[in-house]
Write a protein of this length. Structure first.
Length: 213
């Protein structure tokens, strides 16, 4: 099965991709990971991407799509794959189509903005050992103190309300239009369910018509 996972920052795409990867036995293709791997392996497109990054420029869509195409040709993708973090824009989606990359379904994990703000602004990290907490879902035993090492828990800049709202604004402008793009192609499967990761996973399987074993 060839899938795309869509959803706003904090919607749980990474978590669900990991669970689906184990359930379906197919790899998750994350743009950041394959970009780093292509650069490390010194592939032609990896070297091209590195030249843009070294110059402090954004890697163009055609280079990103080239790296994805290279990755999807590897043997572990023969039985399918999950794309996480790409496409981000209509232009990237059109470039994937032009490259002949096809999908069986596009799963859109839909979570309210209020819930995303609650999740992301609730994150805390131990500045000593790096352990993660969430004051709303997985709080420490003592407020502001790490259970593991007694270090101070801090909120990263990425998780402040201002930064989260800014990231959501970019998502609404650039990535959310993909929902209509794939709906028009008959590929969209919307998952509008809240709850723990297992509940959301079951809803995704149901949307894809897969029975949970």
């Amino acid at each position: 099965m060839k899938l795309i996972l869509l959803g706003a920052p904090g919607a749980g795409k990474g978590t669900q991709a990991e669970i689906l990867c184990k359930k379906l036995g197919i790899p998750t293709i994350s743009t950041g990971n394959i970009l780093r791997a292509a650069i490390k392996d010194g592939t032609p497109t990896g070297l091209k991407a590195k030249s843009y990054m070294d110059a402090g420029k954004l890697v163009p869509d055609e280079v990103i799509i080239g790296i994805i195409s290279e990755r999807l040709e590897k043997p572990d993708c023969a039985g399918g794959y999950i794309l996480d973090g790409v496409p981000r824009t209509i232009a990237q989606a059109e470039a994937l189509e032009k490259a002949g990359i096809q999908f069986d379904a596009v799963v859109s994990i839909e979570v309210s903005e209020e819930e995303i703000l609650r999740r992301m602004t609730g994150r805390r990290v131990c500045e000593a050992c790096g352990a993660s907490y969430n004051v709303n879902a997985i709080p420490p035993r003592v407020e502001g103190i790490c259970d593991n090492c007694g270090g101070k828990l801090i909120q990263r800049k990425d998780d402040t309300p201002e930064t989260v709202r800014a990231r959501l604004a970019v998502y609404h402008k650039e990535t959310e239009p993909l929902v209509d793009f794939y709906a028009q192609r008959g590929l969209l499967r919307s998952v509008k369910v809240s709850g723990d990761k297992e509940t959301i996973f079951r809803a995704i399987l149901a949307a894809l018509g897969i029975e949970k074993k």
